[in-house]
Ligand binder design. Structure first.
Ligand code: FEO
Length: 399
């Protein structure tokens, strides 16, 4: 049975949700599921914007059949070949063999790699090419590396809609809602939108800024991404978020304390520092990196202005879950942050030096002072070092 929602008089959401797979891209937990958006434009020509992940294939095909209401399918625009959007294309082509696939040349190359052949009917488009479908006019704009090199977005100049591919997406299934103005976005969706951005697209801030520059030249009344909610009001709100995120600018002036702790002593030091910071009125958040998945902690590292990493020394290295976080941060172009460190080691504390080495490879990371060093646990009187670190951070907040 079909399950669709109307976007405009001419546009129908025909996507699907997946609440069964616990991981997106076999990497990122999605406890609230995942939405795979697809849109059907009914004009003099019929145009489908992307297909869906295999997990949502059956629902999507039923939705599409309903939306077409007996008409044929003239075009399918493939904005992005990644299989969470193009996995169902092969089946679509079997059902609608006359459809013309519209995409970039690079996308055709990738489709051949995934499927063994280029679709029989295809139209390779370049940046700025226009396709008229009757009342609607679609302009194709390339958006390489947001999130793969073949990506493009489409602008419907008739209804001023930007089909934005992965950009402006989010983790989370659509539970009946479709538009951001139907939910309490800041309370219920912002964190998962941010986590999606930094884990999926965040490495490509430069390329995202290029897309935002192209978008700034358009009159956008609606954003239709391939995941998550659509924006028909307050478009500037999410554009501003993306401008900040793509510029690696913090959203919150506060201190994040990601810590690893084997026997609780490093955690105690982090807890004491958190108390001293909170007493000074500084917003603080803490995560045990051995408990919370790095996709969450990494997104938080990009949200906060100041970060204090605390780690034991383990096999003469950084504790493994903290080291994983550091590698994840480096892979996503972590930059523009102020940091401090707490290290622990019973006979040879070394994690501080190694964390500094990893941070030195990142752009514009400011280390506030030398690491606070524990030898097994805080020594009597050593809490003054944490108070001093809190004072240093507080002073930095006031500069
Ligand atoms: Fe949602 Fe990069 O695919």
């Amino acid at each position: 049975m079909y399950c669709v929602r109307s976007v405009t008089d001419d546009l129908l959401w025909v996507g699907g949700n997946d609440r069964q797979h616990p991981l997106f891209e076999s990497a990122h937990p999605v406890p609230r599921g995942m939405a795979y958006n697809s849109y059907l434009l009914t004009d003099e020509k019929t145009v489908l914007f992307d297909t869906v992940d295999r997990a949502a294939q059956r629902q999507f095909l039923e939705n599409l059949e309903h939306g077409l209401a007996g008409r044929g399918l003239d075009y399918v625009v493939v904005h992005h070949v990644e299989p969470d959007h193009a996995a169902t294309l092969e089946d679509l082509l079997l059902r609608y063999p006359e459809v013309t696939v519209v995409c970039t040349q690079r996308a055709l190359d990738f489709l051949a790699q995934f499927n063994g052949a280029v679709p029989k009917n295809h139209l390779a488009v370049k940046d700025g090419d226009v396709l008229s479908t009757g009342r609607h006019s679609l302009t194709f704009l390339t958006a390489p590396m947001v999130h793969w090199p073949e990506v493009m977005v489409s602008y419907d100049s008739t209804e001023k809609i930007l089909f934005s591919a992965d950009a402006f997406g989010a983790f989370g299934a659509l539970n009946g809602v479709l538009f951001a103005d139907e939910v309490n976005f800041e309370r219920d969706w912002l964190a998962e939108t941010r986590r999606y951005y930094f884990n999926i697209v965040g490495k490509y801030g430069v390329q995202t800024r290029s897309l935002l520059k192209k978008a700034a030249a358009l009159d956008i009344q609606m954003l239709c991404p391939l995941h998550g909610l659509l924006w028909r009001r307050d478009v500037d709100y999410i554009l501003e978020k993306y401008t900040r995120w793509a510029g690696y600018e913090p959203e919150l002036r506060g201190v994040l304390l990601p810590f690893a702790s084997i026997y609780g002593n490093t955690e105690t030091a982090a807890n004491i520092l958190a108390c001293r910071l909170a007493e000074r009125g500084i917003p603080v958040e803490m995560y045990d990196v051995s408990v919370t998945h790095p996709s969450y902690v990494m997104a938080e590292c990009f949200r906060y202005s100041h970060i204090v990493f605390s780690s034991p020394t383990y096999n003469n290295g950084i504790f493994v879950t903290m080291e994983n976080l550091f590698h994840d941060l480096a892979a996503h172009n972590f930059q523009n942050r102020t940091v401090a460190l707490i290290q622990n080691g019973t006979w040879g504390p070394n994690s501080g030096k190694l964390m500094i080495q990893l941070l030195e490879g990142q752009k514009n990371i400011r280390l506030l002072e030398a690491p606070v060093t524990l030898k097994s646990a805080l020594a009597p009187g050593q809490e003054t070092e944490l108070k001093a670190l809190a004072d240093t951070i507080a002073a930095d907040f006031n500069t």
